[in-house]
Design a protein around this ligand. Structure first.
Ligand code: HEC
Length: 181
C-alpha cells in the first residue's frame, strides 16, 4: 500500500495556491490537481509490475480507489473513466460524458478542456491514450494468466482490445471555480 506523504500533499496545495494567485486558469488548476493522482497511479503500477502483470492487476484493483480517495478533499473530486470500463465504479460523472464522446468522435480534438460545472464549480478533463506498457492489461491479446485474473476480478470487463495510441479514457477533476476575473 502506498500513502501520499502529508508533505507531498502540502507541497501540491502550495503549488496549486500559487498558480491560483497568479491568475491561473481552471485549466491549469485542474491539471495541477490531477498531477499527484497520475504520479501515484504510475508508481503503484510500476511497483505492482515488479511482481508480474497478473499480480499487478490485483495491486491496481486495491490501490487505484485508495489513491483516488487519499487525494480527494473538501470540494474536490477526481477520477478516471472510460467508454469501455474495467471497473464499473469508474463510471463517468454526467458532465464528463459529452467530453469523452467528443474525444472519441474526433481524434484532433483530444486536448485538455476546462468547463463550468453548475454553480461555482469548474471541471477539467484530459484524454488518456494507450501506451505500449498499458497493452499488457488493456491490449488486443493478453497473457493467459493476466486474462484469467482480469476475468476473475472484473467479470464485466470491457477494457481490452485497445491499440497503442487509442483513446483509453480520461482523467477528470471537479473543484470550486476560481473568482471571476
Ligand atoms: C497490470 C495491469 C494493468 C496495466 C499495465 C494497466 N492497467 Fe489500467 N487498469 C487495470 C486495472 C486492474 C484497472 C481497474 C482499477 C480499478 O478497479 O479501479 C484499470 C483501470 C484503468 C482505467 C480506469 C477506467 C476503467 O476502465 O475502470 C484507465 C483509464 C486505465 N486503466 C488506463 C491505463 C493506462 C493508460 C495504462 C498504461 C499507462 C494502464 N491502464 C495500464 C490494470 C492495468
Amino acid at each position: 500500500m502506498r500513502w501520499v506523504p502529508a508533505w507531498g500533499l502540502a507541497l501540491c496545495l502550495a503549488l496549486h495556491a500559487s498558480v491560483a494567485h497568479g491568475g491561473g486558469s481552471d485549466l491549469e488548476r485542474g491539471a495541477a490537481l490531477l498531477a499527484p493522482f497520475k504520479r501515484d497511479l504510475q508508481a503503484a503500477l510500476r511497483t505492482g509490475l515488479v511482481q508480474g502483470p497478473a499480480a499487478a492487476v490485483e495491486a491496481c484493483r486495491a490501490q487505484a480507489p485508495q489513491i483516488e480517495a487519499s487525494l480527494a478533499r473538501e470540494g474536490v473530486r477526481l477520477g478516471r473513466t472510460s467508454h469501455r470500463l474495467r471497473n464499473p465504479a469508474n463510471v463517468a460523472p454526467d458532465w464528463v460524458q459529452p467530453i469523452l464522446e467528443a474525444y472519441l468522435a474526433d481524434a484532433s480534438k483530444r486536448e485538455p478542456v476546462g468547463v463550468a460545472v453548475g454553480a461555482g464549480r469548474a471541471g477539467y478533463v484530459e484524454p488518456i491514450l494507450l501506451q505500449p506498457l498499458c497493452a499488457t492489461c488493456h491490449g488486443e491479446s493478453l497473457a493467459a494468466d493476466v486474462a484469467a485474473k482480469v476475468r476473475e476480478l472484473y467479470p464485466d470487463d470491457r477494457a481490452v482490445g485497445f491499440r497503442v495510441g487509442d483513446l483509453r479514457g480520461v482523467f477528470w477533476a471537479e473543484f470550486p471555480a476560481s473568482e471571476a476575473p
